[in-house]
Design a protein around this ligand. Structure first.
Ligand code: ADP
Ligand code: MG
Length: 223
């Protein structure tokens, strides 16, 4: 259940030149491990997370999710692996306005073709785990920012993914709510045995991670 990134290079066309966003970045996150990915703005943290989340194919390099080499997969199989093997939490929860908290979580099973008898109970159990037992039928407009992030976390956990990715999940929260979301991310990631990669600017979150990986390089342009 690990995440392996090997020699990841991402270049993008920039007029007549080529911009190198990531240059041979390698990183391994083990099961139950929480790694903080840090570095200055523009150093490629979000791009690396998009590569790890199979949302962006790197120009070069290999990505492995829970032992499956994603680089070798066709688009359809990559999409399936993304749905079941990866859970992502962003800075904003991106919830669907018309759905209740329970439905936000249930929809993940639906999208991945895993809707079944146990889906409702599992969604509710996850919401209880993240402390939302009294908010199960609430819609996003009736939830606080911290509560919305906890729904987003429950949603990311629904398929028990091998890999959890979080891109500044507490950046829009006050410190105490942020700390609660962080505690849940760490505990739940461990419980399901996920490899967790967290982009953060927060020194406390970095200090509480098992390890820090820092991207130093800023993008370079080559004609
Ligand atoms: N598709 C793209 N086209 C052009 N530039 C990009 C693209 N993707 C990323 N970049 C550039 O790569 C750099 C790294 O971006 P990003 O991964 O968002 O950094 P971070 O999350 O560390 O702030 C930025 O300078 C950004 O403008
Ligand atoms: Mg970013």
């Amino acid at each position: 259940m690990s995440l392996v990134l090997e020699n990841i290079t991402v270049t993008v066309p920039d007029g007549r030149e080529t911009l190198t966003v990531l240059d041979r970045v390698s990183l391994r996150v083990r099961p139950k491990e929480l790694v903080a990915l840090t570095g200055p703005s523009g150093s490629g943290k979000s791009t690396l997370l998009a590569v790890a989340g199979l949302l962006l194919r790197p120009t070069e390099g290999r990505v492995s999710i829970g032992g499956t080499d994603a680089s070798a997969l066709a688009d359809r199989d990559r999409t399936r692996l993304r749905g079941t093997g990866i859970g992502i939490v962003y800075q904003s929860a991106n919830l669907l306005p018309s759905l209740t908290a329970r439905e936000q979580v249930e929809v993940v099973a639906h999208v991945n073709g895993r809707l079944g008898r146990g889906t409702r109970a599992r969604a509710e159990e996850l919401l209880v785990r993240v402390g939302l037992e009294s908010r199960i039928d609430a819609r996003p407009s009736g939830l606080s920012g911290g509560e919305r992030q906890r729904v987003a976390l429950a949603r990311a956990l629904m398929m028990e993914p091998a890999v959890l990715l979080a891109d500044e999940p507490t950046a829009s929260l006050d410190p105490s709510r942020g700390a609660e979301v962080m505690r849940l991310l760490r505990e739940e990631g461990r419980r399901i045995g996920a490899a967790t990669l967290l982009v953060t600017h927060d020194p406390d979150e970095t200090a509480n991670a098992d390890r820090e990986v820092r991207l130093e390089r800023t993008p370079t342009t080559v004609a």
